[in-house]
Ligand binder design. Structure first.
Ligand SMILES: Nc1ncnc2c1ncn2[C@@H]1O[C@H](COP(=O)(O)OP(=O)(O)OP(=O)(O)O)[C@@H](O)[C@H]1O
Ligand SMILES: [Mg+2]
Length: 241
């Protein structure tokens, strides 16, 4: 069953076409990876899907409903959550407080919100840091907090925008494991990532975009050896013919 369908999506910023007639589908329970060189339009695609920008053209269908123009908070209430490439916690507040902000999407009761937040922190092996101010966290823990806050909204579909950037190899391995556990718990995941080792290990399928257009799609092994993908990343001279 398709949980998300993007049909002929276009996003223009003035004269710049950041997303150009993009089609993609995510099957429920799967992990779809989205890759492409810097400036390819990956975050813009997420921003259109998550309601930050209305599409210039095209349709976005989530759980069978057309969601063009929906606001982020309504999408979140309906089970579509995302993280931001640039993390934005409430720095002077505790980790627990920041995660509870996510829980309040589904309840207005403080104790229910706290219980949900603690459960999420537990699942991310993060409960020992619940009283630390978010502004004092390491980059790895800020990324984890960003995921925790999104998870506290109880998403069906989770959009993760470069949650591994800036992490050490051991931290990446831990996050790969966490994302696999989330998928196993029934959450569908749409993942933007530059760290190839992680995206190759996690993705059921990968979509590659370049200048806003899809240039390749398929299982990780197929995409990694695709001529257009190698050209986009490394230039013509690296294609083995
Ligand atoms: N709000 C905006 N206003 C104008 N141009 C924008 C805006 N957001 C993104 N762009 C432009 O759209 C293009 C795609 O940017 P986007 O951030 O989606 O790329 P990306 O694939 O996420 O890149 P990166 O890998 O560096 O995160 C870029 O040329 C960028 O400068
Ligand atoms: Mg980006």
């Amino acid at each position: 069953m398709k949980i998300l369908e993007v049909n002929a999506l276009v996003k223009d910023f003035g004269g710049l076409r950041a997303i150009d007639t993009l089609d993609l589908v995510i099957e429920q329970g799967q992990i779809l990876g989205l890759i492409g060189p810097n400036g390819a339009g990956k975050s813009t695609a997420f921003n259109c899907i998550a309601g930050v920008y209305p599409p210039s053209k095209g349709d976005i269908i989530f759980s069978g409903k057309k969601i063009n123009g929906w606001k982020p908070w309504n999408l979140c209430k309906n089970g579509l959550a995302r993280t931001f490439q640039i993390v934005k916690p409430f720095s002077s507040k505790s980790v627990l407080y920041n995660v509870m902000v996510g829980s309040f999407v589904n309840t207005d009761k403080k104790d229910v919100a706290e219980e949900k937040a603690l459960k999420v922190l537990n699942s991310l092996h993060f409960e020992d840091k619940k009283d630390i101010k978010a502004g004092n966290l390491t980059i790895a823990d800020r990324k984890r907090l960003e995921i925790a806050r999104a998870l506290a909204t109880e998403p069906k579909l989770l959009l993760l925008d470069e949650v591994m950037a800036g992490l050490r190899p051991a931290e990446i391995d831990e996050l790969v494991q966490i994302i696999q556990n989330l998928r196993d718990s029934g959450i569908t995941i749409f993942l933007i990532e530059h760290i190839m080792r992680a995206i190759m290990a996690l993705s059921d399928r990968i979509v590659v975009i370049h200048f806003g257009k899809k240039i390749a799609e398929g299982i990780p092994e197929k995409v990694a050896s695709d001529e257009n993908v190698i050209k986009a990343y490394l230039g013509d001279e690296y294609v083995v013919s």
